[in-house]
Design a protein around this ligand. Structure first.
Ligand SMILES: Nc1ncnc2c1ncn2[C@@H]1O[C@H](COP(=O)(O)OP(=O)(O)OP(=O)(O)O)[C@@H](O)[C@H]1O
Ligand SMILES: [Mg+2]
Length: 206
């Protein structure tokens, strides 16, 4: 088994699962958190992630197949998507894919799912398909306020990690998002994004 990534939250290993390339994601206890609370949080996120990876497939979101879940060590074995995180692609490719990412987020919201951790590292491009991963912080919610929090996060990520292309990427994201959720929801949610920003806890992003 090969360690692929030490994430903020979990360790990611590459392995084989019944002749297929697979990813083992193990959530490690954090020392700075109270240990009972910590194991509860890790377990909750493992359950949520494995459930949601499968749930969202039913309305057309490409995600890795879940092969095995072990709640004793909070690990998930899933299909490896052997592509590249959108974060690591060229600027022109990120601009182009932003529209598709907007559509995927629109589909999630339209079906009452908030992702909770929308970063460009959580979308993987493989054979012209954008896959969504990392559902540990996701929630079933139809509240516009929750959907606005998702949009605000990805906007912030585009602004910080992809500053040079932020304007065009965000514009394309919104085009894709609107094409799925429709004008009425779009207006409501983007207004809430501005509300969140104006609360001052967050800096406003152009
Ligand atoms: N199924 C998969 N196929 C291919 N690569 C994967 C898969 N799952 C995770 N990865 C890789 O591992 C990285 C971290 O995975 P993930 O986002 O699920 O964990 P995380 O601990 O929440 O990480 P972070 O805190 O960095 O977001 C991803 O950005 C991706 O590069
Ligand atoms: Mg991640």
């Amino acid at each position: 088994m090969k360690l692929m990534k030490k994430g903020a939250e979990a360790d990611i290993y590459q392995m084989m699962w019944q002749n297929s390339k697979a990813i083992l994601k193990i959530r490690k206890p954090k020392n700075y958190r109270n240990s009972t609370l910590d194991s509860k949080i890790c377990k909750q996120r493992t359950i949520k992630e494995s459930q949601m990876l499968s749930q969202v497939k039913s309305f057309g979101i490409p995600t890795p197949l879940v092969y095995f879940v072990n709640l004793k060590n909070n690990s998930i074995i899933m299909q490896e998507i052997p592509g590249k995180p959108v974060h690591d692609l060229s600027e022109s490719k990120i601009i182009e894919l932003s529209k598709q990412i907007g559509k995927l987020v629109g589909m999630l919201h339209q079906n009452g799912v908030m992702h909770g951790d929308l970063t460009t590292s959580n979308f993987i491009l493989f054979q012209n398909t954008v896959y969504v991963i990392d559902f540990g912080l996701s929630q079933n919610t139809i509240k516009s306020e929750d959907h606005a929090v998702d949009l605000r996060l990805i906007k912030e990520i585009l602004n910080s990690a992809h500053a040079k292309i932020m304007q065009s990427a965000w514009k394309n994201f919104l085009l894709g998002y609107k094409s799925i959720v429709g004008s009425a929801s779009f207006t409501k949610i983007t207004k809430l994004v501005l509300d969140i920003e104006s609360r001052g806890r967050y800096a406003q992003v152009v």
